[in-house]
Ligand binder design. Structure first.
Ligand code: CMP
Length: 147
């Protein structure tokens, strides 16, 4: 059974010109890219997207970072997409990723806990909320890969 997840290239990923490399890895790993858009988040957008972290000490810094430049949210689809995308990106802290998961995407393009170049939904429930956040018009049957 196919599953969808929300992947996002963060401002540091775009700034470092990792977009094409990341998309290549996504496709080579068996995901279909169903939707993709480049957007500049404002403070309100970022606060809503990361609302579950609103009480954390790193929240203000995270919002500043996520609004510092454009991001590329994407809807990925494959079997077990949520867990497989999380495995492919590696640990949240990119410095740890470089040591323990050197083949991961965050090891390749991230540099710290916050500047970790990509996001991945942490559960199917989060995936469905995050997909609706960026692609509110996406319908259940809308599953034609754009790449
Ligand atoms: P992400 O997977 O997008 O989910 C929440 C983000 O908050 C995370 O990646 C990091 O960018 C950031 N983050 C999580 N924990 C910390 C932390 N302890 N310090 C700074 N940023 C964090």
């Amino acid at each position: 059974e196919k599953e969808k997840t929300l992947a996002m290239i963060k401002p540091d990923g775009l700034l470092g010109n990792y977009t094409d490399k990341i998309k290549m890895i996504i496709l080579e790993s068996g995901f279909s890219i169903l939707k993709e858009v480049m957007v500049q988040l404002d403070e309100d957008n970022a606060k809503h997207f990361y609302t579950e972290h609103s009480g954390r000490n790193f929240f203000p810094s995270l919002i500043k970072f996520m609004t510092s430049g454009p991001v590329i949210p994407m809807v990925l689809e494959k079997e077990n997409a949520v867990a497989d995308w999380r495995a492919l990106i590696g640990p949240t802290d990119a410095r740890k990723a470089k040591l323990s998961h050197p083949q991961s995407i965050r090891a390749m393009c991230g540099s710290a806990t916050e500047r970790n170049c990509v996001h991945g939904s942490d559960s199917p429930k989060a995936a469905s909320r995050e997909i609706s956040f960026f692609f509110p018009d996406m319908l259940p049957g809308q599953d034609i890969p754009i790449h």
